[in-house]
Unconditional design. Structure first.
Length: 407
């Protein structure tokens, strides 16, 4: 068994883990980082990228754009990112709606939507430029041993194993993290009894950079602008329904699905003409019982998984990651142990405020707009009217939607 030493070990090379690795190890004089990923990391993704009508995508808030600018990735990501210039929020079949406009807030955009393949390929390419990074992939973390001055992570692949001593372990290996479970970190889980049906939709009219958030008694629906495919406009659909209804929608023929979607959404994008592959995801609010302990930080979906109603989950994780980078840099400047609770607890306390606000909003919005209680129905309609009429209230909502309020 071979042994090595690194300042920081990151377990999980997905979007959050890769972003963190680039931010930590991409600058001269930064900490040494070892990134462990159980699957091979494709370093040729940029060359192989082809726009695919069916590609899954991620909505990026402006806070995430700032993070990718810091790690010198944004210019490349932006090549295939659709700009969100407006967000239209409405309550289907009832009075009240609001339109948020980037120019009204003196912003170049309210966010962007990018295909996961391109985002992942850009980050993988950026990993190659990191001066202080070692990548072990495919490799799986199988054991963690804590000592007063370090944490030792054992990794293996096809019978070959090695250990890495580090000052800090970052667990970012996704929802239901096997590594977090192995070190005794539990999660609290609240099932929504809903599923999100995900698909890309080709439509007659150009989306003109408008993201639609439409609420109904049956669940919210989002239609997010995408870069055109094959010369035709398309948007990414996230349709939240009760689990049984989601099963029914997934089983419908293409024609019947588009017909029902058209009836629910309307004709703001013209006639729906094409349906990509459908996928369905059960929804739950999941939070790690611990996000920091001595020499350990839990990040990404391993730390929290949100309702997708406002598209904040990944963006919240990016803000967590960049705040950790800032805390580590400050600790190193002050000569502190980067794995100590003296460093980690203030970091978590600061992040908890943003997490609490974001999770609360993501949890409450579908409940409020899903209620059929007459007082609630009237109140939310009045709330949308107020948002439209009162610029300060609308600006506050934009701060939430762009992630800038969580900095």
């Amino acid at each position: 068994m071979s042994e090595s030493v690194s300042d920081i070990v990151i377990v999980g090379g997905g979007l959050v883990g890769a972003t963190l690795a680039c931010a930590l190890a991409g600058t001269k004089g930064g900490p040494s980082v070892t990134l462990i990923e159980r699957y091979p990391i494709d370093l040729s993704g940029l060359a192989q990228y082809r726009r695919d009508f069916d590609a899954r995508s991620t909505a990026l808030t402006l806070s995430s754009v700032e993070a990718f600018q810091q790690i010198a990735c944004w210019d490349r990501i932006a090549l295939h990112a659709a700009r969100i210039g407006h967000i239209h929020v409405s309550d289907r079949g009832r009075f009240g709606s609001t339109l948020m406009d980037a120019s009204e807030e003196n912003l170049s955009a309210l966010g962007y939507v990018v295909e996961n393949h391109w985002l992942g390929a850009t980050l993988s390419e950026a990993l190659q430029r990191c001066a202080n990074l070692r990548i072990l992939a495919p490799m799986q973390a199988v054991a963690v041993r804590y000592q007063p001055d370090r944490v030792t992570v054992t990794v293996e692949h096809q019978g070959q194993s090695q250990t890495i001593d580090a000052k800090l372990l970052v667990v970012a290996d996704g929802a239901g993290s096997p590594l977090a479970r192995s070190i005794g970190i539990d999660v609290a889980r609240h099932e929504y009894g809903q599923s999100a049906v995900i698909a890309n939709i080709g439509h007659q009219k150009a989306h003109d950079g408008v993201a639609y958030e439409r609420f109904s008694d049956h669940g919210p629906m989002a239609m997010l602008p995408l870069i055109d495919a094959d010369g035709s406009p398309r948007s990414a659909l996230v349709w939240v329904r009760e689990a049984a209804e989601a099963d029914r929608l997934e089983a419908l023929s293409t024609q019947l699905f588009l017909r029902e979607l058209q009836r629910s959404f309307g004709y703001r994008l013209g006639r729906f003409e094409r349906l990509g592959g459908r996928q369905q995801y059960p929804l739950a609010l999941v939070r790690s019982a611990e996000q920091v302990r001595r020499r350990t930080v839990v990040l990404g979906n391993a730390a929290h998984s949100l309702h997708p109603v406002a598209g904040q989950g990944f963006n919240l994780s990016v803000r967590d990651a960049m705040a950790l980078v800032a805390s580590i840099k400050e600790a190193r400047t002050r000569g502190m142990d980067i794995g100590s609770l003296e460093m980690l607890e203030p970091f978590y306390a600061e992040r908890l405020r943003d997490q609490t606000r974001t999770i609360l909003a993501s949890d409450l919005l579908p409940k409020i707009f899903g209620s059929r209680s007459l007082p609630v129905v009237g109140g939310r309609g009045a709330g949308l009217v107020m948002l439209q009429l009162l610029t300060p209230a609308r600006s506050g909502f934009v701060q939430y939607a762009t992630g800038l309020g969580g900095r």
